[in-house]
Write a protein that binds this ligand. Structure first.
Ligand code: FES
Length: 141
């Protein structure tokens, strides 16, 4: 499918496509816990990682100031943002926010937004990672 009207495409992205399921990767690309890949779906950066509970799709956006928390494809035990070293677990939970411990605005475990993946067809299918609800530093969910 392609669009000849950018305006129509933008409208459909916002009102139709973002709430649909999209293939964000294949299950066999993530055989081991910690294996991950990154992609962009509908202009949203997505991190797909095999957590201990199975594949999850996360918004690949640091909750502090919006840097990507991973690039490319590989294997990791955790994700450390390259900007100020906020650290996230494989399930997207915020594990550490250096110099913010006393700020009082970060609930313990405040996660990257995302969801588990539906994997029945061998593909990781995700929808909610495409509608991130993060905001700067204040982790209201
Ligand atoms: S932008 Fe990620 S830690 Fe600051």
């Amino acid at each position: 499918m392609f669009y000849t009207s950018p305006m129509f495409f933008e409208w459909e992205k916002e009102h139709l496509l973002r709430d649909q399921w999209h293939c964000v990767g294949r299950v066999d690309e993530l055989p081991e816990v910690g294996d991950y890949l990154t992609t962009v779906i509908l202009d949203e950066p997505v991190l797909v990682v095999r957590s201990a509970a199975g594949p999850v799709a996360l918004s690949n956006v640091c909750r502090h100031r919006g840097m990507p928390i991973a690039t490319g494809q590989g294997s990791a035990r955790r994700f450390v943002c390259s900007y100020h070293a906020w650290t996230y677990g494989l399930d997207g939970a915020l594990l550490r926010a250096p110099r913010m411990e006393n700020a009082g605005s970060i609930p313990p475990g405040a996660p990257c937004h995302g969801s588990g993946c539906a994997t029945g067809t061998g593909s990781c299918m995700s929808a909610s990672a495409l509608r991130p609800r993060w905001n700067w530093a204040g982790c209201t969910t």
